[in-house]
Write a protein that binds this ligand. Structure first.
Ligand SMILES: Cc1ncc(COP(=O)(O)O)c(C=O)c1O
Length: 361
């Protein structure tokens, strides 16, 4: 079979490290001495317990997760967390939010069912082209938590500075941020992230929760969404997405081999700078968002001409650079350059953009 891999700029599910895919392929028919694929294995087997244990241990090491934080693997993606977080944490029935993108807005919409959602700031009016300014006087000291989306996958923005919430725990959606750069887990009460960007295939969400925040969920909380019960069951309340977690283990092994998150961050900074530097001097392509809010993972840009944008996406695809169209709601163009996108892929994209610009002056 002739096989040529493309440079895949998809926002998620997204590119995985080739090395990881090769290991998975080698182990597809027979995982170590088990005589079977990981997919065929009981989740209660010793071999699988080692895999899920290693996946959690890898995350703990790579993210420097303190002992008083628990790591859970849950199903339903990040979207399930939009319900699970208020169900578990909204004791006083109110929380503060920042509306910085369509996923943040979805988190707010779903949390409304459980209590008061105070939106402290929003950039919706400017098509989410920035992280909105936060006024500290608006913070509610009685709020159960303060929710943000660390990196806005669709808009291409991210938080650079966390506010001082005066002890109110920060809950953060890190779906398109986790493992891309170093951060301090202690800054947050709860972190959640869907796997399908920097951690593996779709099918699992990682939740990192400070232990004192577990255990006071609303009585109606479905058992599958209950953090404490999930923790006590070792993320094995029911059959977990075994293969997804196995790939997550392989991806986190790969991050460790790359030198850890600090090294990955350096590469990510280089890749993002290559694209943004070009966008800043291009006469055809323009960055979509404010410079001080630029995402390192999802670079959004426009040409101001829909026809030309469509042609760009099609011609790029023919050149092996795929999934460069913007989100169906936002339009424009987007290059998602997660950890597994090699520097060569970004270099190829910038070269292609230069050529396209020359041809379309
Ligand atoms: C920041 C963010 N939050 C939440 C989601 C929803 O994730 P899921 O499809 O895993 O539920 C996405 C999906 O792209 C996302 O980018």
């Amino acid at each position: 079979m002739v096989m040529k891999r493309v440079y895949n700029f998809s926002a998620g599910p997204s590119v995985l490290p080739e090395e990881v895919l090769k290991i998975a392929a080698d182990e597809m028919l027979c995982y170590q001495d088990s005589g079977m694929s990981v997919m065929e294995m009981s989740h209660r087997s010793k071999a699988y317990e080692e895999i899920i244990g290693a996946a959690a241990a890898n995350l703990r090491t790579l993210l420097n997760v303190p002992d008083n934080y628990k790591i859970l693997f849950m199903q339903g993606g990040a979207t399930a967390q939009f319900d699970a977080v208020p169900l578990n944490l909204m004791k006083n029935k109110k929380a503060d939010f920042v509306d910085s993108g369509i996923w943040a807005a979805k988190a707010i919409k779903l949390a409304k069912k459980y209590g008061q959602t105070n939106v402290l700031a929003s950039s919706k009016d400017t098509a989410y082209d920035r992280i909105p300014e936060l006024d500290p006087s608006k913070f509610d000291p009685e709020a159960d938590y303060f929710h943000i989306t660390m990196n806005n996958t669709v808009a291409g923005t991210r938080f650079y500075k966390l506010p001082d919430t005066k002890g109110v725990p920060i809950v953060v959606d890190m779906s398109s941020y986790i493992l891309s750069e170093v951060f301090d887990v202690n800054d947050f009460g709860l972190i959640y992230a869907g796997a399908q960007k920097n951690m593996g295939p779709a099918g699992v969400a990682v939740v990192i929760i400070r232990e004192d925040l577990m255990g006071e969920c609303m009585p109606v909380t479905p058992e599958l969404y209950n953090y404490k019960i999930n923790y006590e069951s070792g993320s094995m309340l029911n059959t977990p997405p075994t293969y997804t977690i196995y790939i997550l283990k392989l991806v986190t092994d790969w991050v460790a081999r790359m030198g850890g998150v600090a090294q990955i961050q350096k590469i990510n900074e280089k890749k993002a700078a290559m694209l943004y530097d070009y966008l800043d001097q291009s006469n055809l392509f323009k960055g979509r968002v404010a410079k001080d809010s630029r995402s390192m993972m999802n670079v959004t840009f426009v040409m101001g001409n829909e026809e030309l944008e469509k042609r760009f996406v099609a011609e790029a695809k023919a050149a092996g650079l795929v999934n460069l169209g913007g989100h169906r709601i936002m339009g424009g163009l987007r290059a998602s350059i997660y950890n597994a996108m090699p520097v060569e892929g970004v270099a190829a994209l910038v070269d292609f953009m230069k050529k396209f610009e020359k041809e379309n002056k």
